[in-house]
Write a new protein. Structure first.
Length: 176
């Protein structure tokens, strides 16, 4: 595997446009499915979205080397800097992982469970979810594996581990 210590490049605007559009489509369609099929779940889905949008960004993005920068995760470093001060002395901990995991699981899975009886809607939702995840790995996670200098990402992040394997399979450079 090729070692790469190059400086982290700025996010590509075209890739970000695709990733953000897919993310918005996923949220709009997923939220719509929950509202239509399981209306009482919508408040839970919305709470998970808010938890992910703010608490996860506080616990993860403020501790990241890309804080304040237009990073590859939907410009998340800039987004986090709008709301929170940096925490460079801290690293990702269990609270960040739990918050991210629970909120993303609820945001992603509630629409699928809500639409499970309508096979067409469920299939379409799963296509949108898969497209977003594929774009996320290609645009964001694969570059983190190449450019990140933070050991906590390598040691803790499950997406980092998957992206490392995908990079190896696609011939992209990766660290160690």
């Amino acid at each position: 595997m090729i070692e790469c210590e190059a400086a982290w490049p700025s996010a590509d605007t075209r890739e970000q446009a695709v990733l953000i559009c897919l993310g918005l489509a996923l949220l709009a369609y997923g939220g719509g499915l929950v509202a239509r099929f399981r209306r009482r779940w919508f408040c839970l889905w919305l709470a998970a979205l808010l938890l992910w949008s703010f608490l996860s960004k506080y616990l993860i993005c403020t501790r990241c080397e890309s804080y304040g920068k237009p990073c590859d995760f939907c410009y998340g470093g800039k987004y986090a800097a709008l709301f929170f001060k940096p925490q460079p002395e801290r690293t990702l901990d269990a609270s960040g992982m739990i918050t991210e995991g629970v909120s993303v699981a609820l945001i992603s899975l509630l629409p699928a469970v809500a639409a499970r009886e309508d096979k067409r809607e469920l299939a379409l939702y799963l296509v949108v979810l898969t497209a977003f995840q594929a774009a996320l790995y290609h645009v964001c996670c694969s570059k983190c594996v190449i450019h990140s200098r933070e050991s906590w990402k390598r040691d803790i992040c499950p997406n980092y581990k998957v992206a490392k394997v995908l990079n190896r399979l696609s011939g992209r450079a990766s660290k160690g």
